[in-house]
Design a protein around this ligand. Structure first.
Ligand SMILES: NC(=O)c1ccc[n+]([C@@H]2O[C@H](COP(=O)([O-])OP(=O)(O)OC[C@H]3O[C@@H](n4cnc5c(N)ncnc54)[C@H](O)[C@@H]3O)[C@@H](O)[C@H]2O)c1
Length: 259
């Protein structure tokens, strides 16, 4: 019992990609509350710095790191910055994401490439940057953000849903390859969650008023998710206590999908 208590309080070093706002920011706050040191890695450097100072003010070790997950050099440099500042990376949370609502026939290849580069390839790149070190040290937690769109499809999100489904398959495979190295890899799938990303997507869509109502009505709980609700699942899967859970896909979506 005393041992379990000590394990719970052992702080790890976490990197949250896409941690400057939304679900990533909430995940960074939850990880810091659990005693972890947290690097906030994001394109939005000012917002990442604001989250890092918020965490420092609350007594946590935190640093902001400039990172574009679509740029291999930026990921390498950003991960090195995080580990120089806080120590070897033990927890990776991939929250960077982007989409626009568009009917599939209205999408073009540059849009496909952008969606896949951010939502899928970004995950591959950040994961590859930290996995070798985790395996050498015999401990690691990877938590990748996918979407319920990947599990049941989502009208006007064909390319994004496909990229997010790739995140699930990738995560399960990493879970298998590293199961004997003390590393777990799991997926959290939010449903529609009240963040800037969703707001920007809705604003850019025709008939945006009707769209929000439709998104809410699709959820058995009849409301959008809130970032801290998703962050609790992220923090649990990143914890010592979740050490026997790997390759799983957990929806946090008010019952939108049940499986
Ligand atoms: N909000 C939703 O309804 C919803 C639903 C399902 C899944 N998700 C997923 O959850 C994750 C978080 O979404 P959110 O709603 O909090 O979005 P958000 O836009 O509020 O936050 C995403 C963060 O990722 C960062 N980012 C974007 N591109 C990046 C890049 N190339 N490199 C580094 N950082 C980058 C942004 O700057 C931003 O800070 C995403 O993966 C998203 O696809 C969101």
């Amino acid at each position: 019992m005393a041992q379990a208590r000590a394990a719970r309080l052992k702080g790890r070093v976490a990197v949250v990609c896409g941690g400057a706002r939304g679900i990533g920011r909430a995940s960074a706050l939850a990880l810091a509350r659990e005693g972890n040191a947290v690097a906030i890695a994001d394109l939005r450097e000012d917002q990442a710095a604001a989250v890092a100072s918020e965490l420092q003010d609350a007594g946590a070790r935190a640093v902001a790191v400039a990172m574009d997950v679509t740029d291999p050099a930026a990921v390498r440099v950003g991960m090195a910055h995080a580990s120089d500042a806080l120590g070897a990376v033990e927890v990776l949370v991939n929250c960077a994401g982007w989409d626009e609502f568009k009917p599939f026939l209205a999408t073009e290849e540059p849009f496909w490439r952008r969606v896949i580069a951010i939502n899928y390839e970004g995950c591959l790149r950040t994961t590859q940057a930290v996995l070798g070190g985790m395996a050498e040290r015999g401990w690691g937690r990877i938590v990748n953000l996918s979407s319920d769109a990947a599990r049941v499809g989502s009208a006007q999100e064909a390319v994004y849903a496909g990229a997010k489904a790739a995140v699930i398959a990738f995560t399960k495979t990493i879970a298998r390859e590293f199961a004997r190295d003390g590393i777990t890899a799991n997926v959290v799938c939010p449903g529609s969650t009240d963040t800037d990303m969703l707001e920007e997507m809705v604003r850019g869509a025709p008939d945006s008023e009707r769209l929000v109502g439709a998104l809410e009505r699709a959820v058995p709980m009849r409301r959008l998710g809130r970032p801290p609700e998703v962050a609790e699942a992220v923090a649990f899967l990143a914890s010592e206590e979740a050490g026997y859970i790997t390759g799983q896909t957990l929806s946090v979506s008010g019952g939108l999908t049940m499986a």
